[in-house]
Design a protein around this ligand. Sequence first.
Ligand code: MLT
Ligand code: MN
Ligand code: ZN
Length: 307
Amino acid sequence: MIIKVLGSAAGGGFPQWNCNCRNCADVRRGVPGLQPRTQSSAAVSIDGRSWALLNASPDLRQQIAATPELNPSAEDPQRSSPIRCVVLTNADVDHIAGLLSLRESQPLTIYADPRVLSALSASPIFGVLDGRFVERMPIRPDEHFEPAGCSGLIVEAFTVPGKVALYLEDEQAGSDLGTAPGDTIGLKLTDTRSGRFACYVPACAAVDDTLLRRMSGAATILFDGTLFTDDEMIAQGLSPKTGRRMGHISMSGPDGSIAALGRLDVGRRIFTHINNSNPVLRQGSPERARVEAAGWEIAYDGMEVIL
Ligand code: MLT
Ligand code: MN
Ligand code: ZN
């Protein structure tokens, strides 16, 4: 199995268009040790020829252009793509807006939880994905499926503690903002030949026992690395929201992902969906050193993981 990280940044990307935080200002100026990143997305393939996208970021067109494997090759017909399907983990803008770049009457299957499919149906703009070519398939937690065109790959969705998409938040609904199971899922990706598996969890609000059991034994996990500290955006004057309020567990602290996943039996542990405010984006920072000392890698655009 090959997993390619197409975009390793959280929503907004790095730098974010309207952000002048220290990280964004420095990456814009080309300061060494900082690397621009596009928004959260990955692709997975067994044979290197047929690919499933894991989320479709607003930067998808640029991500495809930067990834030779995702483009038609010389001998392919006039209209073709190695991208066979897209599996969505939530309805956040950074995970669905790229679907609009996949119009053009190309056969494709979109897999998502019914809650996420409803969010797509509620927005008429996604009607550009012509139903004669683009199939929308509900996936349910704990069910296995072989994604269209990707033989040898088995995907299993599992519910993850999380939050409904920002634009669907219902302030009247109480502290969970109207969140329901299925709003955020993780994906277990298994290579049927080797039995090895990876977990892709770009958004996660908390690590519970169910999630630990789910990910135990994975060859690789790609996990929510949005913030280093829960109040990082407040401390930097960027936003009044904590990570918790945004539905993202932080890396550090007693409840953070590094501590919570410390004993997990996995091969590689990789943070992705990293917000531009996160100090780990700066090579040589103490936070980067801490994360790496704890055995974590920081995903970058174009990173390839082979299982
Ligand atoms: C998130 O990960 O919290 C969302 O992508 C935020 C957003 O929609 O901008
Ligand atoms: Mn996001
Ligand atoms: Zn910034």
